[in-house]
Design a protein around this ligand. Structure first.
Ligand SMILES: [Zn+2]
Ligand SMILES: [Zn+2]
Length: 130
């Protein structure tokens, strides 16, 4: 995966900042992190950049239990997410996962095609459970 030439400089710095995070973050979190590391960037610009990166499939987006959008720069290989409910630390669960293997035939039986399965598993990471 190459960080496309079509991306603007600001969008690229948002991608770089996101790539340094293991966990899912909100646009607000990322904005704060970038300001703290000396980037003069506005929140709206971060939102826009995340949207562009989503369209380029360079970030994964999930919605947490409170309806907030969380973003992460993930590996390009297919995976599902195991996310800590408290700190959003994230582990990528590689595919094919048993969950997907079990779910796909069930959905195909219902006549659906082009199936995209997004499984989000929540729990407490070892750090937060301690
Ligand atoms: Zn991901
Ligand atoms: Zn945690």
């Amino acid at each position: 995966m190459k960080p496309g030439r079509r991306l603007s400089g600001k969008t690229r710095s948002v991608l770089q900042a996101l790539a340094q995070q293991d966990r899912f973050v909100t646009a607000g979190d990322l904005h704060l992190l970038m300001r703290q590391t000396g980037h003069a960037i506005g929140l709206i610009t971060v939102y826009r950049a995340l949207h562009v990166l989503e369209q380029h499939k360079l970030v994964d987006t999930v919605i947490d239990g409170k309806g907030r959008h969380l973003h992460r720069h993930c590996s390009p290989s297919p995976h599902q997410h195991l996310i800590c409910s408290r700190c959003h630390t994230t582990v990528e669960l590689p595919e094919p996962s048993p969950l997907v293997e079990w779910t796909s035939p069930v959905i195909e039986d219902l006549g659906f095609t082009d199936i995209v399965i997004r499984i989000r598993v929540n729990g407490l990471c070892p750090g937060c459970a301690a």
